[in-house]
Design a protein around this ligand. Structure first.
Ligand SMILES: [Zn+2]
Ligand SMILES: [Zn+2]
Length: 399
């Protein structure tokens, strides 16, 4: 059995007194709210055995893996030492869920992939059998979230992920990225593009699958130009938006927003300094019409008020950014402007990965420009130090 390098996150299991930890969470350590339980997170690079794929599992040699905002939050902590990431987690775990690689070995019952295939993977390890999966949506799988259930969860959060030389994934979550080869030429570029399918799928899910998209020619505003917002800009342009208006505070990301196709990019803090509100800017640019689709990808829920004031009649808001706090809403706007708001979570099912890969292989969407730093897996701690400065579009690790 060979050995491999893996970037493993450790932390102490020490539930806050205010958190009602369940007996199941104590037993399995599969925890619903990471920020209320895990203390003193520490990322270490270590040697592990290369896992053996069984049944329908697939062993993938990782070629590129992105550092996600969630990964950064998992390594950061508050004044009491508690991890900032608020979601589902089971530590220790190898991080990494935005990745691509090449199939190295398949379990005995695998039917859909074979050694040598280039693949990417979904991050949500849904069951497909619970009542929610069967009757509503795999992105809300009950077993994925159930602390008693160790079979399902999230890759790189509850199950060892791809910041390693190898990762094992059940074949039902895998998608071929072989079609990207014609578009990107070199394998290195294909794997970089492949590692960006997951974040683009999160944006695709919100815009098209949840909100039902917008008519070609429509006006779109994107709030926040991190990797999800940048993907949203590229997708909105591909879908025929006549004006995409982006709001972002980081200069690097503002520039990337332009390169993804945004027609207007504003720093809301600078606008405010000039006494201009973002909603006013939107009405200016759209001749008073407002935007047909607002995409929230910043995690600042207070922006809802800006969206309400600049919503076109018949307009929609789709919500991706997460934040653990309530804000007020003015429902009247949704009545008089025939508005709708859609919450969006996940990226699985509905042909989402397939369609994103098709858009990338046709050249309609190219998000590879957002990769602004590359590190070897050996350098993972330096890569995270840089990630915590939040000056990049996307940082990509290559084993
Ligand atoms: Zn992510
Ligand atoms: Zn399920």
């Amino acid at each position: 059995m060979g050995r491999m390098l893996a970037a493993v996150l450790y932390a102490d299991f020490d539930p806050r007194r205010v958190y009602a930890v369940s007996r199941e969470e104590v037993t399995t350590r599969k925890v619903r709210e990471g920020s209320n339980v895990w203390r003193n997170p520490k990322l270490t690079l270590e040697e592990r055995n290369i896992p053996k794929p069984r049944g329908r599992e697939v062993l993938i040699r990782v070629k590129a893996v992105g550092i996600c905002g969630s990964d950064i939050h998992m390594t950061e902590y508050d004044s009491e030492g508690y991890m900032l990431y608020p979601g589902l987690t089971k530590l220790p775990v190898t991080l990494g869920h935005e990745f691509s690689g090449i199939v190295e070995e398949v379990g005995s019952d695998v039917v859909n992939v074979k050694p040598g295939d280039m693949v990417t993977s979904e991050e949500m390890l849904w069951c497909g059998e619970c009542l929610i999966c069967r009757s509503v949506d795999v992105n809300h799988c009950t077993r994925l979230n159930d602390p008693r259930d160790l079979e399902f969860g999230e890759l790189g959060f509850t199950h060892d992920g791809a910041m390693a030389e190898y990762v094992v994934v059940h074949e039902k979550y895998l998608w071929s990225i072989n079609p990207l080869l014609d578009r990107y030429g070199s394998e290195d570029r294909v794997f970089e593009a492949g590692s960006l399918v997951e974040p683009a799928s999160v944006a695709y899910r919100a815009i098209f699958n949840r909100a039902g998209g917008f008519d070609p020619g429509g006006y779109v505003a994107v709030w926040g130009a991190g990797p999800i917002g940048l993907s949203a800009i590229a997708l909105a342009k591909a879908a025929g938006a006549s004006k995409v208006i982006a709001f972002e505070v980081s200069p690097v990301r503002m520039e990337l927003a332009r390169s993804m196709g945004a027609d207007y990019v504003f720093n809301p803090i600078e606008l405010e300094r000039m006494g201009i509100q973002p909603w006013g800017k939107i009405l200016d640019i759209t001749g008073g019409w407002g935007v047909d689709l607002h995409i929230e990808a910043s995690g600042v829920p207070e922006l809802l008020a800006q969206m309400e004031k600049s919503l076109a009649v018949g307009g929609k808001i789709t919500w991706i950014g997460r934040a653990p706090r309530a804000v007020s809403m003015y429902p009247e706007v949704f009545q008089v402007r025939k508005g709708q708001i859609y919450g969006s979570q996940g990226h699985s099912g509905w042909g989402i990965f397939r369609n994103v890969i098709r858009l990338m292989s046709s050249g309609s969407v190219d998000t590879t420009k957002m990769i602004t730093s590359r590190f070897r897996l050996n350098d993972v701690s330096r890569a995270f130090d840089r990630a915590r400065q939040r000056i990049d579009g996307k940082i990509t690790l290559k084993p």
